[in-house]
Write a protein that binds this ligand. Structure first.
Ligand SMILES: *[C@@H]1O[C@H](CO)[C@@H](O)[C@H](O)[C@H]1NC(C)=O
Ligand SMILES: *[C@@H]1O[C@H](CO)[C@@H](O)[C@H](O)[C@H]1NC(C)=O
Ligand SMILES: [Cu+2]
Length: 217
């Protein structure tokens, strides 16, 4: 019993710190330590940043999520500034259920961006607030017919289309200083009962993982 509760508290800590890891396109950085800081989770683009080709008629955005319930925006930003004025929804906002690997293989960008550089930004509205990750890309023609191995959905991971005012608000407010985004707290955006529902589903997910691990020992 002691071992179980110890494992459970360790898992709770690691889940609270992990948030999500962008796997494709290549992220600006892999640490989630500052993932609550917009626009790119504490990372900026520099001379060493990897550039991934992104196919405007359909390409993959893949991540691994520690949260069993998040709302997700896949945002396409023109140019190398994440606060750039021209940005687009690469896919309708989804609510993703189940923790683990998630990949949306048909994210698109406007054809007018072909040949230009840009940013693929993933923003999650999660139980612990807004979370950000970015990838630096060069837009190319067509559909990616050679999807990466990281483009897969974990067992029990699924998604539905959803509306989300907080994610929607990221459009048309590109002049908002990013410092205001970093101060957002979960309590500010969630009504008490919806946030307790989300906490419950997060705890349920953690317990599920713990029992899956205990079962495997
Ligand atoms: C993962 O699930 C989502 C939601 O059902 C779906 O749109 C997407 O195509 C799936 N990804 C893969 C790689 O099958
Ligand atoms: C949650 O709160 C809203 C408004 O505060 C209320 O209308 C709704 O009935 C509540 N739902 C539950 C499950 O308590
Ligand atoms: Cu988190």
């Amino acid at each position: 019993m002691f071992a179980k509760s110890l494992l459970l508290s360790l898992l709770t800590v690691s889940v609270a710190n992990a948030h999500f890891t962008l796997r494709y396109p290549e992220p600006l950085g892999k640490s989630a330590a500052k993932q609550d800081q917009g626009p790119c989770g504490g990372y900026t683009i520099d001379a060493n940043t990897a550039v991934t080709e992104f196919h405007v008629d359909g390409d993959a955005v893949a991540y691994s999520s520690s949260h069993p319930e998040v709302k997700v925006l896949f945002r396409i930003i023109e140019g190398s500034s994440p606060d750039g004025a021209n940005s687009y929804k690469g896919y309708p906002i989804v609510e993703q259920y189940g923790s683990g690997d998630f990949c949306e293989p048909t994210v698109t960008a406007p054809k007018s961006l072909v040949g230009k550089q840009g940013i693929v930004q993933v923003v999650q509205n999660a139980v612990d607030g807004m979370l950000y990750a970015c990838a630096f890309v060069k837009f190319v023609n067509g559909v990616n017919s050679n999807l990466p191995d990281t483009c897969k959905n974990g067992t029990g991971v699924d998604a539905d289309f959803v509306e989300d005012a907080s994610l929607e608000a990221l459009f048309g407010t590109s002049s908002t200083p990013s410092s205001s985004e970093t101060t957002s707290a979960p309590s500010a955006t969630n009504t008490p009962n919806s946030s307790s529902l989300k906490s419950f589903s997060m705890v349920a997910g953690v317990v599920g993982i713990a029992f899956a691990i205990i079962g495997g020992l």
